[in-house]
Design a protein around this ligand. Structure first.
Ligand SMILES: *[C@@H]1O[C@H](CO)[C@@H](O)[C@H](O)[C@H]1NC(C)=O
Ligand SMILES: *[C@@H]1O[C@H](CO)[C@@H](O)[C@H](O)[C@H]1NC(C)=O
Ligand SMILES: *[C@@H]1O[C@H](CO)[C@@H](O)[C@H](O)[C@H]1NC(C)=O
Length: 410
């Protein structure tokens, strides 16, 4: 019922040149982020105070022109009309985190790593229990494991963690990959891989694809797979698979109805300032995707109906509920005039029966790289980086805040 973000293991790096999917650090707008010990974030604004600025279909061109004249975004950059939902605030995560990873196994959400601030990264796992709605069971990650931009998947017991960025700011990738046995809480080595790719377990193979190359910016379109079972690689080498049509990080990678889907994401990312001893992040051009690609028996990528707007930073922001993929928040194209990053505050639904998208609700605030789970009729999200307020969709505080809302999809 819950679309577990699933995967498996590998052995030996495919090729050093191909680091995959680095997710971005978006933050960078604010020079320092609050940590969990900082002041609590302001309560989110109610949804209805944030009117949609989407131009009507007729006269859209005129509306867009007017909007630009007033320095406002057009429909691509605006909030989409979305039903209000009732959200309940739950126990806050032990730490605030950005670009962390999350995997749900039954009633537990395992939340990995992430930035606390741009200069500080976490090296542990926090576990949220959906049955009693508490955080607990913190345990360490291996010292050599990456801290952000991880590719993660599970088979329901073992959690496979592929490469990622090692350290804070805009440092480079590690090729180290690991597997966690969630029953014994023991970690094991996996064959090396580079950077945080779109990752899924599909038909007994761990698939990793896309992402960015070592410089964090250049998109990779490579796609590799490795046979895995019960936390062990069954092969010594990664196998080259059909390239994905668009490379880049921060995409949702989902297996549903025995098909592999890659949704949204972006091309380009922040990269380290040349010569900076701390690998200081500096912004580069980014293009955000609305594309949806699917791989099935034909082993040929098919393009499905695009998302309602371009959306990135959603790698752990999805669940499968009643044969629909639900995606929470993200980032869309930057504002064409201010060039600021624009966060997304909608809940999207991709109905796997009709292959159509809809907007099913508004979140308490716009948020990127949030971590989503579903249990007993409730949709949960925790962590990520939220907006500056109802009228300013640019990124601000990095949070550990957790919310839930009742979700019913017929
Ligand atoms: C919004 O503006 C961008 C940049 O000018 C343009 O590419 C896009 O088509 C516009 N979107 C709509 C819905 O008008
Ligand atoms: C989750 O909470 C339930 C209810 O308190 C408890 O029975 C269960 O042991 C908890 N699970 C873990 C792994 O802590
Ligand atoms: C899933 O669909 C079934 C049948 O329509 C319905 O009874 C159930 O409430 C739905 N669950 C959710 C979470 O929407």
């Amino acid at each position: 019922m819950v679309g577990s973000r699933v995967a498996a293991v590998g052995k030996h790096p495919p090729s050093r040149r191909y680091l995959l999917v680095l997710s971005c650090i978006s933050l960078l707008g604010s020079s320092s982020w609050p940590t969990s010990s900082g002041p609590p974030p302001r309560p989110p604004p109610p949804h209805h105070t944030s009117p949609s600025r989407r131009p009507s279909a007729s006269g859209a061109a005129k509306d867009v022109k007017l909007a630009f004249a007033k320095g406002e975004p057009n429909a691509t950059f605006a909030d989409l009309p979305a039903p209000a939902l009732e959200w309940e605030e739950m126990a806050k995560a032990p730490v605030a985190r950005l670009d962390g990873a999350a995997i749900q196994i039954k009633n537990l959400l395992y939340v990995f790593a992430g930035y606390g601030t741009i200069d500080y990264v976490h090296s542990h796992v926090d576990v949220y229990n959906f049955t009693d709605n508490t955080w607990g069971g913190k345990f360490d990650m291996p010292k050599e494991m990456a801290h952000s931009h991880l590719g993660v998947a599970t088979d329901g017991r073992y959690i496979y963690v592929i490469s990622g960025q090692y350290g804070p700011q805009c440092r480079g990738p590690t090729s180290r990959s690991f597997v966690l046995d969630t029953e014994s809480k023991k970690w094991d080595d996996l064959p090396h891989y580079l950077y945080a790719p779109a990752t899924q377990l599909w038909r007994g193979r761990l698939h990793v694809m896309g992402g960015s190359k070592e410089d964090r910016h250049e998109p990779g379109t490579e796609h590799w797979s490795l046979a895995v079972k019960d936390g062990k690689a069954l092969e010594n080498e990664w196998r080259s698979e059909i390239q994905i049509p668009l490379g880049g990080p921060h995409r949702a990678c989902v297996v549903a109805n025995d098909k592999l889907l890659v949704i949204g994401g972006q091309e380009g990312d922040f990269m380290a300032k040349p010569g900076s001893p701390i690998f200081k992040c500096s912004r580069r051009n980014e293009v955000v995707y609305d594309n949806v690609y699917m791989l099935d028996d034909e082993l040929k990528w098919k393009e499905l109906t695009p998302m309602p707007k371009p959306d990135s930073h959603i790698e752990f922001a999805w669940v499968i509920v009643n044969n629909s993929i639900v995606i929470a928040g993200g980032t869309t194209e930057k504002h064409p005039l201010t060039k600021k990053m624009i966060l997304v505050g909608e809940l999207f639904r991709f109905n796997l029966d009709t292959l159509e998208w809809s907007v099913i609700g508004k979140m308490p605030y716009r948020v990127k790289t949030t971590l989503v789970g579903f249990w007993d009729g409730w949709l949960y999200f925790t962590s990520g980086q939220r907006d500056r307020g109802p009228d300013d969709p640019a990124p601000r505080n990095v949070l550990g805040t957790t919310w839930r809302t009742r979700l019913r999809l017929e």
